[in-house]
Design a protein around this ligand. Sequence first.
Ligand SMILES: Cc1cc2nc3c(=O)[nH]c(=O)nc-3n(C[C@H](O)[C@H](O)[C@H](O)COP(=O)(O)O)c2cc1C
Length: 334
Amino acid sequence: MSVSLSSAAPPPYRLSVAPMMDRTDRHFRYVLRQITRRTLLYSEMVTARAVLHGDVERLLGFSAIEGPLVLQLGGDRPAELAAAARLGAALGYDEINLNVGCPSERVQQGRFGACLMAEPALVAECVAALRGAVGVPVTVKHRIGISGHEGYDALTRFVATVAEAGCARFDVHARLALLDGLSPKANRTVPPLRYDVVYQLKRDFPRLCIVLNGGLRTLAEAQSQLAHVDGAMIGRAAYDDPYLLARADRLFFAGTDPVPTRRAVIEALLPYVAALEQSGQPGTRVTRHLLGLLTGRPGARRWRTALSASDGATATERLRALLLALPAAVLDET
Ligand SMILES: Cc1cc2nc3c(=O)[nH]c(=O)nc-3n(C[C@H](O)[C@H](O)[C@H](O)COP(=O)(O)O)c2cc1C
């Protein structure tokens, strides 16, 4: 199958961290940037309508260090998406991504998210409007299919139609989305992973940039995907154990900077947390994302318990105390 891709190809990000509501907010992304400078990061999904009617700084604000950074939008109205994307691009997001993978009922009622896989022409219209609005690449995150449109033909029709509109990359969650009653959480575990379908997609659309997502738990697993597709996207594993990304810059982007220790990560976060607290915001907005930083290492439970304690200490004080209390062997290993 051949598809003409008119837009400039996006930089070949071989590794990305998936968009996750309530997780990949600006504070978690700031944390991740102390661990990996080059992995592509995504915002949480923000609906176009929220951007147009809400507090733009609260919804879209970020620190320069968070780039390269993708703004993921949800919506099904081309003009609204275009207007929201324009605001995002003006703020400095490096890409705009359209969510065509979220199966939540709330999202379906708005007729966007995964149910849009049944309407490739509308998604193509949205992509065309986004491309007309911004100069940065426009990409789409989707599933391998949805209830009632499970076949490979439906998937290729979707990808071919959306690619014609100039979508520069497809982030493919290698599962069907079952839109008839299965919760979003179950939709991330119950439908089986079908990496073979994503590999086939890459074979059938060799000129498109295809990124595989779903179920990757380690950098080695992510790396092994690169024999079949252009990039790997890690979601939950990166949240549960963010330090797993410590070697990402070296392994995926030929980086040569020293691998940061956990101590270096925590020390780099101290001024950020302190500034947040000085501005009157709770430092727990950052430290809630740090609970997994010692996953699998001695002291992990102590770390989690101390970070979640409500003993009147500030988050900055708690982090400083933990730097003294935790095993140096864990804080300083790489
Ligand atoms: C808590 C949570 C929130 C999510 N929110 C979004 C979202 O806003 N947009 C989106 O496209 N996918 C969202 N996802 C799906 C992830 O991006 C990813 O596709 C999925 O978790 C599978 O990848 P994984 O197995 O590596 O976690 C979310 C997943 C989780 C666990």
